[in-house]
Design a protein around this ligand. Structure first.
Ligand code: NAG
Ligand code: NAG
Ligand code: NAG
Ligand code: NAG
Ligand code: NAG
Ligand code: NAG
Ligand code: NAG
Ligand code: NAG
Length: 359
């Protein structure tokens, strides 16, 4: 623990309630990150995406009322062509025609979608925040819209397939009529749907604003529901997904843990994802029993001010070559040179140094 005396006042991050000040630092000065709360873990990397002040990229296109044009649409701003975005995320344009065609089979492992759904790059865009007392200048919107003959949706997936343990947070809200799902999750694909590994945070717009669904998939199979895989957390004191809240998921070796505004709401230790996984955000509806249907010509949105992730990945250093800043086998808390935190900071996205050697 650093003693307050040596902390430069300007660089200090003071949490009023805690009365501890840690110096703000840069990621390049952090050898690892320790997350707070019960799901405390040491992770090696940090990435912050800030959508709060991007007026130069604001462009809110109308939803495109043709499935092929919707899927084939260009990105809505040059932000999505930047190396920083593209090295992390891939905007999707897949559709569910495959599962729709199999939808007549009475087999629970096949989707019960009834509406043709198309992911569209035109449904991911920056928008000016016109709240009465705006907490940001802009935010990122992920739209899903019900058209005459189909549903358009929005999804971006991490380029990397091999995050293995992480803590991912977003400041977000969901808007719109019943029939949509907005989600932040990890995903590891498998040919057999029973072998998919996935930890989900899902908002159903049909549900009360105080209810969120947390799941380690699969939650159902040919025999019906999988007991212990999912929790519908209804907590009017802490959850209001229609307002700006910080949603956090900590994937640890032992459990998936979900928080809202720093409050632990759910821990699922059953069928925790084991292998390297992607991180995915989406907003969708397919007329199945889970999402329900949206009424014609309505739209729902996942709006995001920022995304903050600390993570490990399973990429190994070349044989004989330690990872930069490593190794520190054994107890990371004593062997990680500079331990940082993205929790104890007063500047979201900027880490603070919480332990240095000899302190
Ligand atoms: C980097 O870490 C060292 C401790 O190892 C600390 O003394 C220094 O102030 C840090 N620099 C910045 C810019 O945070
Ligand atoms: C992340 O990687 C570091 C370095 O290999 C390791 O010490 C740490 O235990 C890992 N964290 C988790 C949660 O596996
Ligand atoms: C839907 O996906 C299929 C299979 O990838 C593709 O052949 C078809 O063109 C797509 N339809 C639209 C409207 O994008
Ligand atoms: C499902 O079956 C019904 C009745 O046989 C048929 O009208 C419909 O076209 C089928 N749908 C698909 C997607 O195959
Ligand atoms: C359902 O479909 C899956 C995937 O195609 C298959 O593995 C499974 O055996 C099927 N189950 C039944 C009861 O037909
Ligand atoms: C979750 O719980 C709320 C409150 O009890 C309920 O209204 C809602 O229908 C539930 N959602 C699901 C998917 O069961
Ligand atoms: C953990 O950090 C979050 C911010 O990321 C904060 O909201 C929460 O109160 C912290 N929990 C504790 C126990 O300090
Ligand atoms: C959604 O609407 C379709 C008709 O377009 C209907 O077949 C289906 O049952 C509806 N889904 C739900 C969950 O009500």
């Amino acid at each position: 623990m650093p003693s307050p005396g040596w902390i430069p006042a300007v660089l200090a991050s003071c949490l009023v309630a805690v009365v501890v000040c840690y110096p703000l630092t840069t990621d390049s000065n952090c050898t690892c990150y320790q997350t707070n709360e019960t799901a405390s873990q040491f992770l090696t990397h940090h990435k912050f995406f800030d959508f709060r002040s991007l007026p130069q990229y604001v462009n809110v296109p109308k939803a495109i009322d043709d499935p092929a044009l919707s899927a084939g649409a260009d990105v809505t701003s040059s932000y999505f062509s930047t190396a920083d975005w593209q090295s992390w995320w891939q905007i999707q344009s897949w559709n569910n025609s495959d599962t729709l065609q199999r939808g007549n089979q009475t087999n629970a492992t096949i989707s019960d979608a009834t509406v043709f759904m198309v992911n569209s790059p035109s449904n991911i865009y920056f928008e000016r925040n016109t709240d009465a007392r705006p907490a940001s200048q802009t935010y990122l919107t992920m739209r899903t819209a019900r058209h005459t003959t189909f549903q358009s949706a929005a999804e971006f997936e991490s380029v990397a397939l091999d995050y293995r343990y992480l803590s991912v947070r977003m400041k977000a809200r969901t808007k719109g009529p019943p029939g949509a799902i907005t989600a932040m999750f990890t995903y590891r694909a498998a040919q057999d749907m029973n072998k998919v590994q996935e930890a989900d945070l899902e908002v159903r717009t049909a549900d009360p604003r105080s209810s969120i669904q947390y799941t380690n998939q699969p939650s159902w199979n040919d025999n019906g529901d999988v007991p212990g895989s999912t929790q519908n957390i209804s907590d009017p004191r802490h959850v209001d997904w229609g307002s700006w809240q910080v949603h956090r998921m900590d994937w640890t070796p032992k459990a998936s843990n979900w928080f809202v505004n720093g409050k632990l709401l759910s821990t699922i230790s059953f069928q925790v994802p084991r292998d390297g996984s992607q991180v995915i955000f989406n907003s969708w509806s397919n007329g199945g029993t889970w999402s329900g249907n949206m009424s014609l010509f309505t739209e729902a949105y996942l709006q995001v001010q920022w995304i903050d992730i600390v993570y490990n990945n399973t990429i190994k250093a070349s044989p004989g070559q330690p990872l930069p800043g490593w190794p520190f086998p054994g107890q990371p808390s004593t062997s990680c040179k500079n331990v940082c935190s993205i929790d104890e900071t007063s500047v979201i996205g900027t880490p603070v140094l919480i332990t240095t050697p000899g302190k």
